[in-house]
Design a protein around this ligand. Structure first.
Ligand code: CP
Length: 306
């Protein structure tokens, strides 16, 4: 079990915790491959998805994970709730807690709100993405995907490419990957890099790293968080930061490409590399990230509530 109430930041987890999550996820991966994808482990527990920002992957993944463990899952959509009638977030929380739920999964555009919810609730809270701050479960599922292709983490060369400035995925991922001994760098122009990027190596073009790295992590351009234009044009973006089949062909044998989704096709990754129903390239791990994400979230729910 995890010896902590909530997971708000990746630094809330020790190396032992991370290992425990990975190993537990392995045992839950097999459940998702069965015909009856359900075990009674969390029967009688109630989990609430409290999402104040849009989500496809994270919200659905937590819902599938909870249901596969037989927990009851309640999906709270802020846009159709009494928040629209002026009820405060704290009164909404009070109402939800009065229903005696066991765990809250929360996404909000403001990291302060996620912390405030955790400070004011006796039940565990999992951060499902707070503004530009953190997305710890995404970092864990990304690590799980990397683990499926490499025997050890130490020394792996990882490059995050694109909109680092707005990315909670990269903030959590960088912390976790460095903790695991990976060599992390950024590929982004100065206007897409925050001042607090510490001592990471920075490159301005994907061509500077494409032949040397093991993990190419393409970040989503977060247009919805940008109040001004951060890159001159899509053409310029394609020239320095996009992945197409020509660049893919230059990557090392056994190297992999990741993206947290949703992908802006033709910006971060070309249509041709993405493919129609699936990518024609077996080193594009986008769906594997999603599949493993369910097992990782089952592991977290089990280790916190089990
Ligand atoms: N990766 C991720 O957080 O995707 P969603 O916004 O669809 O949840």
């Amino acid at each position: 079990m995890l010896n902590k109430k909530s997971i708000l930041r990746i630094d809330d987890l020790t190396l032992d915790d991370v290992a425990k999550v990975m190993e537990t996820a392995d045992s839950f991966t097999s459940i998702s491959k069965r015909e009856i994808k359900k075990v009674p482990t969390l029967r009688g527990k109630t989990v609430v998805n409290l999402f104040f920002e849009p989500s496809t992957r994270t919200k659905t993944s937590f819902e599938v994970a909870a249901k596969r463990l037989s927990a009851d899952m309640i999906n709270f959509a802020a846009s159709s709730s009494s928040l629209k009638k002026g009820e405060s977030i704290m009164d909404t929380l009070r109402t939800i807690l009065a229903m005696q739920v066991n765990l809250i999964v929360i996404r909000h555009s403001d990291s302060g709100t996620v912390k405030m919810v955790d400070d004011n609730t006796p039940v565990p809270v999992i951060n499902a993405g707070d503004g530009k701050h953190q997305h710890p479960t995404q970092a864990l599922l990304d690590l799980y995907a990397i683990r499926s292709r490499f025997e050890k983490f130490e020394g792996l060369r990882v490059a995050f490419v694109g909109d680092f400035l707005d990315s909670r995925v990269a903030r959590s991922g960088t912390r976790l990957f460095e903790k695991m001994g990976m060599d992390v760098s950024l590929v982004a122009p100065s206007m897409l890099i925050p001042e607090d990027h510490s001592d990471l190596n920075v490159y301005s073009s994907i061509d500077d790293v494409i032949e040397d790295i093991d993990v190419l992590y393409m970040l989503r351009m977060q247009f919805e968080r940008q109040d001004r234009k951060f890159y001159p044009s899509v053409r310029e973006y394609n020239r320095f930061l996009s992945l197409d089949s020509k660049r893919l062909a230059r990557m090392k044998k056994n190297s992999i490409v990741m993206h947290p989704g949703p992908v802006n096709r033709g910006i971060e990754i070309s249509d041709e590399v993405m493919g129609d129903r699936e990518s024609p390239y077996d080193n594009i791990l986008i769906e594997e990230q999603v599949t493993g994400g369910v097992a990782v979230r089952m592991a977290l729910l089990y280790l916190i509530l089990g």
